[in-house]
Design a protein around this ligand. Structure first.
Ligand code: ZN
Length: 282
């Protein structure tokens, strides 16, 4: 009963409240699962995780919270195989739960980047040839990324989205979702950005390695090494989920003490999702 009450207090922030009749008193279920309580008025059985992304987590909330903690704090790439071994669950179960965590890491896009912003396009996956510039290798996944900088060029935030090609139509996605119309945007000389010049303040400069765009190139290199360290194949349709995970941690690296709580809150705020829909949504 004590455990159930603690979990309720942590999850809801206010202890038990019946979802059917709003009654605030409950009793523990005899022989029931630890976190389940029964409303003393209408006898409805409630789970604190109903209606959240933790709904029907088969391996228990304790392990689930540990996995969320690892994903929100570890800068090393974690694969579902490693998590499965560590927590004694199947790889599929681990993958499914980790995708839910990544779903909660997705940016709302409600706080577009302002001030100094650098935008660049790049590829991930496939073999690195040390070739500069846009790659047209079909095996690689094309990405457009943007970094928000402080006045003295410190990295504030980074977002990235998968794109199908380097056309203006595709590159626009990062502008629409993450860049404020008033931002001072820097891009390389690629003509794909020309279309956005009417709406955005864009300065195109030829990209010179080591001379300019150092900030965004550093973040891109970090992203690539993080992805390489994850011993798993990342399919095209799930690329975005991994980009979201990388950005979520990077953008909160100065708020380490609240990153875990914040992620738990997001997961509680999102409705349950089944395996089928999760496969489709990224
Ligand atoms: Zn009730």
């Amino acid at each position: 009963m004590r455990i159930a009450r603690n979990i309720w207090a942590n999850v809801s922030g206010q202890g038990f409240k019946c979802r059917k009749c709003n009654h605030k008193k409950a009793t523990a279920l005899k022989g029931g699962r630890t976190a389940h309580l029964m409303c003393t008025l209408c006898k409805r059985e409630e789970s604190p995780t109903a209606g959240t992304l933790f709904h029907r987590v088969r391996f228990g909330l304790r392990k689930a919270f540990f996995i969320v903690y690892e994903m929100s704090t570890s800068s090393k790439g974690l694969s579902s195989i490693q998590i499965a071994n560590r927590y004694g669950i199947s790889q599929k179960t681990a993958w499914y739960f980790m995708q839910k965590v990544r779903l909660a890491m997705e940016s709302s896009g409600n706080h577009p980047m302002k001030g100094k912003v650098q935008v660049d396009e790049f590829t991930i996956g496939g073999k690195e040839k040390g070739k500069k510039g846009r790659s047209y290798d079909a095996k690689k996944k094309k990405i457009v990324g943007a970094v928000e900088l402080t006045e003295d060029n410190k990295i504030k935030r980074f977002y990235a989205l998968p794109i199908d090609n380097y056309s203006g139509k595709e590159l626009r996605s990062i502008f629409t979702k993450h860049i404020d119309k008033g931002a001072k945007v820097e891009t390389d000389g690629w003509k794909g950005y020309n279309k956005m010049k009417k709406e955005y303040d864009i300065r195109a400069t030829k990209s010179l390695p080591g001379i300019n765009f150092n900030e965004i190139h550093t973040v891109i290199q970090n992203l690539k090494s993080w992805l390489r360290a994850i011993p798993t194949h990342i399919s095209r349709e799930h690329t975005k989920a991994y980009l979201d995970e990388f950005s979520y941690r990077l953008n909160r690296s100065i708020h380490k003490e609240t990153i875990f709580d914040g992620l738990i809150k997001r997961m509680i705020g999102l409705p349950p999702i089944n395996y089928q829909n999760l496969r489709l949504c990224n």
